[in-house]
Design a protein around this ligand. Structure first.
Ligand code: ZN
Length: 254
């Protein structure tokens, strides 16, 4: 009993001692970034006070809320994390590798996405084509219940081919929506063909393209469109690549 008490006290002292030695700073590699704070030598005391190194706050790049580069894609794009969100070339990326925080969400389609979709709907109507939204923004909670239902019905491996795990759905960003019909035959309808040929003109791409399942991580979804903005959507559309290929990133659960 006494031994255990003694061990506890020693452990406590060790932790205090480690804290005192700045192990937290070591862990964060602050030692490489912070100016030296050792006692000034006798020579240093002769220097003017203004030349002494200033002991300041750690650099802003260590703030977890500041954007920071977390990697570089295979195509040379910086992968930037900001408030738990991942951006490549300014595009918010959500797939099987990159998720969004549980509490993230605009609660609806973003104003830009919504306005662009309305333009798309009107242009389609002018061509005699009816496009309508059937699913827009989805909260983390809603995605959780949908995903769990699919897993219970088809098993996780199958569910993962067509439903995102909570936090990994583009629908949680308010930048993606499903239109008309969740049916593969939608691709062969006049509406599906119009969408595939024109969505980019309004800033959208068919996010999970045909024959790209191994790269996007999802089966073909001719009904799921993702807002990227006009220039980016056209660039991706004209490249013939899916978004992962275009940026050189992967989509796989770790
Ligand atoms: Zn969708």
């Amino acid at each position: 009993m006494k031994k255990r008490l003694l061990a506890g006290i020693l452990t406590g002292l060790l932790i205090l001692n480690l804290s005192g030695c700045g192990w937290v700073a070591d862990l964060l590699h602050l030692d490489q970034l912070m100016p030296t704070t050792t006692e000034p030598t006798t020579e240093a005391t002769t220097a003017a006070p203004t030349t002494l190194p200033q002991v300041t706050e750690p650099p802003a790049t260590l703030d977890p809320n500041e954007p920071r580069i977390v990697g570089v894609s295979s195509k040379g794009y910086q992968i930037v994390e900001d408030h738990g969100l991942t951006y490549v070339n300014g595009v918010l990326i959500v797939n099987k590798k990159y998720s969004v925080p549980e509490d993230y969400g605009p609660g609806d389609l973003t104003p830009e996405c919504s306005a662009a979709f309305n333009e798309l709907v009107q242009a389609a109507a002018a061509d005699g084509i009816e496009i309508f939204m059937i699913s827009g923004f989805r909260s983390y909670e809603l995605q959780t219940s949908l995903y769990n239902r699919y897993v219970a019905r088809d098993g996780q491996a199958a569910a993962d081919t067509y439903s995102a795990r909570p936090g990994h759905s583009e629908h949680q960003t308010g930048l993606a929506l499903d239109v008309n019909s969740l049916s593969y035959s939608f691709a062969d309808t006049p509406e599906g063909q119009w969408l595939a040929s024109n969505a980019h003109r309004f800033g959208f791409i068919i996010r999970y393209s045909k024959d790209k399942q191994a790269i996007t991580g999802y089966a073909y979804e001719p009904w799921h469109i993702r807002y990227l903005g006009n220039g980016m959507a056209s660039a991706v559309y004209e490249s013939g690549l899916c978004l992962e290929e275009y940026f050189g990133i992967i989509s796989a659960y770790s």
